[in-house]
Write a protein that binds this ligand. Structure first.
Ligand code: SAM
Length: 213
């Protein structure tokens, strides 16, 4: 099934996501949450040190970095295609954001000059409906992550919505999501019924994985 409005190249992806953030308020996107409880719990279970490098891909307006800064994590990178989203978070953090690197980049083509101990993704992977997109994502992950590094990925679950921001998505069970990362060890599964700003619920599936040494 083709989706005419679906952005499939880096430029149209950036235009699309810049447009989303330019035309909405921070707390008017379905994925908004003031406290990312699920992510914070999984970060805790990942057992990374506060000076370990952590990357949040497709960070958007998420408050995850705010909460990690408050918990003394001091090597944080927030990646997104939207400069508007990154700029908002930079302003929101103010001086507290001195430990956060904001990077405009496409998660399908990350070329880092360093490696990370923890990769976090909430609600980006499920947009990758084509196998070659998922292969590009995995290649970025492998370039970014230390051997032994941990991965948190959260997507819509099997009873979640079939679209996000008007785009088709793939819904995953825990087993299906873990299977997307072959050879990675499944450490924990989790999930939540996320309540959108307008009171509907969206089922999320999340996994915590470990890259082999
Ligand atoms: C559904 S939002 C989730 C935002 C955030 N992770 C959260 O949980 O609040 C998806 C985010 O991923 C970003 N995004 C989508 N595709 C991307 C890509 N290929 N590379 C980098 N960022 C991307 C969007 O700009 C948007 O901020």
């Amino acid at each position: 099934m083709s989706h005419p409005a679906r952005p499939t190249d880096p430029t149209s992806r950036q235009d699309f996501w810049e447009g989303v953030h330019d035309t909405k308020d921070v707390d008017a996107v379905s994925w908004w949450q003031s406290v990312p409880e699920l992510s914070l719990s999984l970060v805790e279970q990942a057992k990374v040190e506060t000076d370990d490098p952590i990357i949040d891909v497709g960070a958007g307006w998420s408050t995850l970095v705010d909460h990690l800064v408050a918990r003394q994590y001091r090597d944080l990178t927030a990646v997104d295609l939207s400069t508007t989203a990154l700029g908002t978070v930079r302003s929101r953090l103010g001086p507290a954001g001195e430990h956060v690197i904001f990077q405009m980049a496409d998660v399908l083509d990350l070329r880092p000059n360093r490696r990370y101990t923890l990769w976090h993704d909430r609600a980006v992977y499920h947009f990758l409906i084509e196998p070659d997109e998922r292969a590009d994502y995995f290649a970025s992950l492998e370039r970014c992550l230390h051997p032994g590094g941990r991965v948190i990925v959260a997507t819509f679950g099997p009873d979640g919505p079939t679209t996000c921001s008007g785009l088709p998505i793939v819904r995953y069970t825990h087993r299906e999501l873990a299977a997307e990362f072959p050879s990675y060890e499944l450490i924990a599964t989790s999930g939540e019924d996320h309540v959108t700003p307008w009171g509907s619920t969206q089922q999320f599936t999340a996994v915590l994985l470990r890259r082999p040494d």
